[in-house]
Design a protein around this ligand. Structure first.
Ligand code: HEC
Length: 147
């Protein structure tokens, strides 16, 4: 009997360790994505201008076309289910500037990767938001700030 009791100790402590690690990693994952309310409240500090859109386009060509296609329509064979970024009605994670910012920074759905470690300059993220909105039908685009 005493030997059975001894054998339980590593088992129990292994369980506790596992639970602590699993709990920590899941709460870290939750903490890394901004809430919807917080995203909606974000204000885009970068004016919707030709310059910002052009800079967003350059970043887009570098990081995003492999899945969303060169025109943002996601007619790429490799990755199914990337959102057609030219069609705001198809967005699943929100269409306010702040929500788009969050989708890019923190990732979206099952397979949109977060870009916060690659794009650390928030201005670059807002330029991408402005570029994406420039792909939308004219009636849903904000007015250009430099015309
Ligand atoms: C590895 C492929 C991949 C790359 C690279 C990628 N995306 Fe995505 N993106 C996706 C997928 C898949 C979705 C759809 C996620 C979902 O199911 O909600 C998505 C969704 C989005 C959304 C949210 C749209 C919605 O449905 O609300 C935005 C905005 C977006 N991507 C922008 C970008 C930008 C900007 C870049 C480059 C910085 C980029 N993506 C790079 C695969 C990718």
């Amino acid at each position: 009997m005493p030997s059975l009791r001894n054998r339980r100790i590593p088992f129990v402590s292994g369980c506790i360790l596992w639970c602590v690690l699993a709990g920590a990693s899941s709460s870290a994952a939750q903490g890394s994505r901004m809430s919807s309310d917080a995203a909606k409240k974000l204000k885009n500090p970068v004016p919707y201008s030709k310059k910002s859109i052009a800079q967003g386009r350059t970043t887009f060509q570098r990081y995003c076309t492999s899945c969303h296609g060169p025109d943002g329509k996601a007619q790429v064979d490799v990755v199914a289910n990337a959102t057609d970024l030219t069609s705001p009605g198809d967005f699943k994670s929100g269409t306010t500037d702040g929500e788009i910012f969050r989708s890019i920074r923190d990732g979206a759905g099952e397979s949109m990767p977060p870009f916060k470690t690659q794009l650390t300059d928030e201005t670059e993220l807002w330029n991408l938001v402005n570029f994406i909105r420039s792909l939308w039908p004219e009636s849903t685009r904000p007015p250009l700030k430099d015309q």
